[in-house]
Design a protein around this ligand. Structure first.
Ligand SMILES: [Fe+2]
Ligand SMILES: [Fe+2]
Length: 275
C-alpha cells in the first residue's frame, strides 16, 4: 500500500469515536459493525436499514443520525462484502445462495417441500417449483414473495415453474377440497382467525383457478404446509440433478449475467450495500 493511501487509514491503535447515546438507546447498534480483526480496514461500518425493513418502525426515524455518523473519518457505510457473511464465489450458482445466504429455517423449508413433492411422485417441474417457491423470503423480501420469487427465477426456469411460484402467493389462502387442500392451520396463528385476504389476492386466486397451469401452482401449496419439520434434515445435494436439468445456471454466475433480474441476485450477494 502506498504511503498516501495509508495516510487515509485510521490508526489501528485508535478506537472509533463514541457513538451518540441516542443511537445506542434506539438499539441501532445492531446495524453497526464495529472494527474487528477480520475487517478490511479499521473503520466502523454502518448498515443503513433498507426502507422496506424499517418503514413503520421507530428505526426509520434514525436515517439522519446514521448519515451523520458517516461524516466521521473512522466510519463508513457498508459496501461490498460484509465480513459477517460468507464470501460467495466469483460466479455464484443457485447452490451457493442456498448454502451461504439463506437462513437454516428457510433453506430447510424449501428442501423439505421439494422432498415431499418428490416422495409424492410429482414431476420435476413441480419439484423445482417447490424447491424455489419461497426463495424471495429466504433471501430478499417476504411481502409479495411469490411475485418477487417468480421474477428472480424466471430467466432460468420454465415459464410454468415461474408462473406457479407467482400464483402460490394467492392460492395458499384459499382451500381446494377437491385436491385435499385446506386453509393452513399456521395462518390462523400468523394472521389471526379473522384475517381476510385483500381483493387483489382474491382476484389473483380466481384467475389462477381458470388457468391451465393451476394444478402446478396448487401443488406448491399442497407440498408447502407439511414442510416445517425442524427435525428433518435434507441436503441440497439431493436435488443437484433436478436443478441441473431445470435451472439454467448462467455461466457468468447469478448476479452477473446481465439478465433483467441480475440485480436481485446481487442484492443477496451484497445485501447490506448502502447504495
Ligand atoms: Fe410461500
Ligand atoms: Fe412455503
Amino acid at each position: 500500500m502506498s504511503e498516501s493511501a495509508g495516510a487515509h487509514q485510521p490508526s489501528t491503535q485508535v478506537l472509533p469515536h463514541e457513538l451518540p447515546a441516542s443511537l445506542r438507546d434506539a438499539g441501532l447498534v445492531n446495524w453497526i459493525r464495529e472494527p474487528l480483526d477480520d475487517a478490511v480496514d479499521r473503520r466502523r461500518r454502518i448498515i443503513m436499514p433498507p426502507a422496506a425493513a424499517v418503514m413503520g418502525t421507530p428505526a426509520s426515524a434514525y436515517q439522519g443520525a446514521l448519515l451523520a455518523e458517516a461524516r466521521h473519518p473512522d466510519t463508513v457505510f457498508m459496501m461490498g462484502d460484509n465480513p459477517e457473511l460468507p464470501k460467495l464465489p466469483e460466479r455464484p450458482a443457485l447452490k451457493d445462495f442456498f448454502l451461504l445466504r439463506f437462513s437454516r429455517i428457510a433453506r430447510t423449508h424449501l428442501l423439505q417441500s421439494a422432498r415431499v413433492a418428490r416422495e409424492n411422485g410429482l414431476d420435476e417441474k413441480v419439484i423445482t417449483a417447490c424447491l424455489l417457491h419461497d426463495i424471495a423470503i429466504a433471501g430478499l423480501l417476504s411481502a409479495n414473495h411469490g411475485y418477487w420469487g417468480a421474477q428472480m427465477v424466471a430467466p432460468y426456469v420454465g415459464e410454468e415453474v415461474a408462473w406457479a411460484i407467482e400464483k402460490h402467493e394467492a392460492l395458499r389462502y384459499f382451500p381446494d377440497e377437491s385436491v385435499g387442500y385446506s386453509y393452513p392451520e399456521a395462518y390462523i396463528d400468523y394472521f389471526g382467525p379473522d384475517y381476510d385476504p385483500p381483493d387483489y389476492i382474491r382476484r389473483e386466486h380466481q384467475a389462477a383457478r381458470q388457468h391451465r397451469w393451476y394444478m402446478t401452482s396448487r401443488l406448491i401449496t399442497i407440498n408447502d404446509i407439511y414442510s416445517f419439520d425442524p427435525d428433518v434434515v435434507v441436503g441440497y445435494d439431493e436435488f443437484e440433478d433436478i436443478v441441473g436439468r431445470n435451472f439454467r445456471q448462467p455461466a457468468e454466475g447469478l448476479g452477473f449475467d446481465g439478465s433483467p433480474v441480475a440485480h436481485m441476485w446481487r442484492t443477496m450477494i451484497w445485501p447490506n450495500n448502502f447504495l
